[in-house]
Design a protein around this ligand. Structure first.
Ligand code: ADP
Ligand code: MG
Length: 326
């Protein structure tokens, strides 16, 4: 079999698998699927798996694994503007480790309570350590956020700051974590991302397109551009970089984490120019920074303005699970 990227795989193998049902409003290809059962709201569904050694280092605290297994799914529903409600958990473990399970449970439980999510089922098996959460939510049919919908002239915004988690992982993997505030902040951003659930809902009537940034800004903004059939120009000088990230890394390295690193779980959105002022209010109300990083344009492709304001072609994109396999 020819080598295929993660996204080619999904497109070619899974996107038309199974019956073609009329109640599927949105299938493979967005942050969550949308199903229309005729009620006043649509059902939004997503699933994400965390595998030990792939999505988290083996010695990650169990509570952080439990927390993150739900957080990454909350982030996908946030990107649709949906309200999370019910979760299913498939957990695979090499052996029963009670202390680990207690920690895992506590991390997942605390975040589930915070978002009023009930765990209503799942599956427990022996195998390599992996946690897969399926999350179901509801979203009003009138305004749903999607990856498609960005138009030339729209502003491109991101929430929070980018690159922190990738920097935290880098420090962890290279044994460079120091006992200082910046490093604990970066590690916390890796292990305890804040899914932007309220922000997603607040953006429903406003944003023309949205995605959560899980695989790196360039890759994920790239999905908005593909789905919307538009291009973009992004100004690297505008990237929201935390003071911890700036303090710990040179600007080029910090920007690289922001562009190519993964695990941010921030939202990237586009918004018509006439409505951009409304974002400031949302940002203030929710206490979440929203930073304009660029503009959508009609010319396909993504163009970057570097630290000197010069046009630069992106050399690589985000994380692809199969791109690096041999
Ligand atoms: P995200 O990063 O938002 O979780 P992914 O990149 O994992 O999204 O997936 C992109 C799209 O492909 C999503 O709509 C997802 O539901 C779909 N997808 C991924 N893997 C599969 C699969 N094995 N079968 C069906 N759909 C899949
Ligand atoms: Mg997503």
């Amino acid at each position: 079999m020819a080598k295929r990227s993660e996204f080619q795989l999904i497109e070619e193998v899974f996107s038309t698998l199974g019956a073609d049902r009329a109640d599927v409003l949105l299938g493979v290809g967005d942050d969550a699927a949308l199903v229309d059962t005729g009620g006043s709201e649509l059902i939004a569904l997503c699933v994400d798996t965390l595998t030990a050694g792939v999505h988290f280092p083996l010695d990650t605290p169990a509570a952080a694994v439990g927390y993150k297994a739900l957080a990454v799914n909350l982030s996908d529903l946030a990107a649709m503007g949906a309200r999370p409600q019910w979760a299913l958990l498939a957990l695979s473990m090499p052996e029963v480790d009670s202390a680990w399970l207690d920690g895992f449970r506590q991390g997942l439980h605390a975040l589930a309570l915070q978002h009023d999510v009930a765990l209503i089922g799942g599956d427990t098996t022996r195998g390599a350590l992996a946690a897969s959460v399926t999350l179901v939510g509801l979203v009003e049919r009138s305004a749903v956020l999607r990856r498609a919908g960005a138009r030339p002239g729209d502003g491109i915004y991101v929430s929070g700051s980018l690159g922190d988690a990738a920097a935290g992982l880098y420090l962890l993997q290279n044994d460079q974590l120091l006992d200082q505030q910046s490093d604990s902040y970066l590690l916390e951003r890796l292990q305890r991302p804040q899914p932007r659930v309220s922000l997603g809902q607040a953006l429903r009537e406003l944003a023309s397109a949205a995605i959560d940034v899980s695989d790196g800004l360039l890759a994920d903004l790239g999905h908005i551009l593909d789905r919307s059939a538009v291009g973009a120009i992004v100004d690297l000088r505008q990237l929201p970089l935390s003071s911890a990230l700036r303090q710990r890394f040179e600007i080029d390295q910090a920007a690289a984490f922001a562009l190519h690193g993964g695990d941010d779980y921030e939202l990237c959105l586009t918004i018509p120019a006439a409505r951009e002022t409304e974002l400031a209010k949302i940002s203030a109300t929710l206490g979440v920074a929203l930073t304009r990083i660029g503009t959508i344009d009609a010319k396909p492709g993504l163009r970057l303005l570097d630290q000197n304001g010069q046009l630069q072609q992106p050399s690589r994109q985000g994380y692809d699970h199969f791109a690096r396999s041999t």
